[in-house]
Design a protein around this ligand. Sequence first.
Ligand code: BJW
Length: 246
Amino acid sequence: MQPLPITDRSHLLVLTGAGVSAESGIPTFRDAGGLWEGKDVREVATWDGFAADPLRVWRFYSERRRAMADVAPNAAHRALAALEARLGDRFLLATQNIDGLHQAAGSQRVVELHGNLMRSRCSACDRPPFEDRQAYRDGVAPLCGRCRAAGKDAVLRPDVVWFGELLPPGALARVETFGRAAGRELLFLAVGTSGLVEPAASLVDAVARIGGRTWLVNAEPPANAARFDHVALGAAGALLPTLLAA
Ligand code: BJW
């Protein structure tokens, strides 16, 4: 695949999914050996699943917090951070990942569409989300200190977005504002995502509507592959350094 045709006027919007972190050793969701293999998604990725069994959900996220100790950004994260350093405000990265690896690689203009693994929030009160790297012991559901001080018991939850929940306030608006300002100078690159989960899966259509051009890098053809102008199949860590090296 040729490098992206980035000019002095181009604006690049990048969407990443679990595939971009696969080469860092973080399992994807839907691939063989993925995080959801053998799990019922409704039990670990919906509010109803959390309400029914917060301990099971905390076990799932605590394991993922523990696993973060052994991972580091890979060549794909680094290539995106290096390009952002050149493009500045003409670059925006919307990630569905909650692992923080883009920021660890140096990316600054990052919109976390699905939250962050290393933050928690109260499931009951409106206290703002806070950093929380703790992997909770099996059998322990963490409680909200603010609610407890007010004499109530409320369970903390990971600050992530489950199915049926709204994306974080302002997240989509930031992406849309960037896209509209770029207009026909918009280039869109999706990396390592199955194209199944909305609203991220339809960003490619929104870009096409405003006249932008679209690229996809994925290990195998995702559900929405036919909606991209250019498709490159392969590992993100191998392809992105070349694709972004204009
Ligand atoms: C590699 C690689 C390598 C491997 N290199 N590639 C419109 C129509 C129908 C339904 C809906 C709709 N709008 C909203 C919905 C409902 C729902 C939805 O999308 N359902 C579909 C399943 C049908 N969406 C929502 O509920 C969203 N909220 C919303 O839209 O609010 C408004 C609303 C609400 C209710 C009704 C209507 C509107 C919220 C979605 C939240 C998703 N949350 C999760 C969990 C986050 C926390 C956590 O991490 O645990 O986000 S689900 C999970 O899927 C996670 C991921 O971010 C997300 C996407 O997964 P991703 O990244 O694509 O991973 P994989 O594993 O699926 O794919 C990896 C890909 O990489 C594969 O293709 C590999 O081949 C590839 N790969 N190695 C390159 N080295």
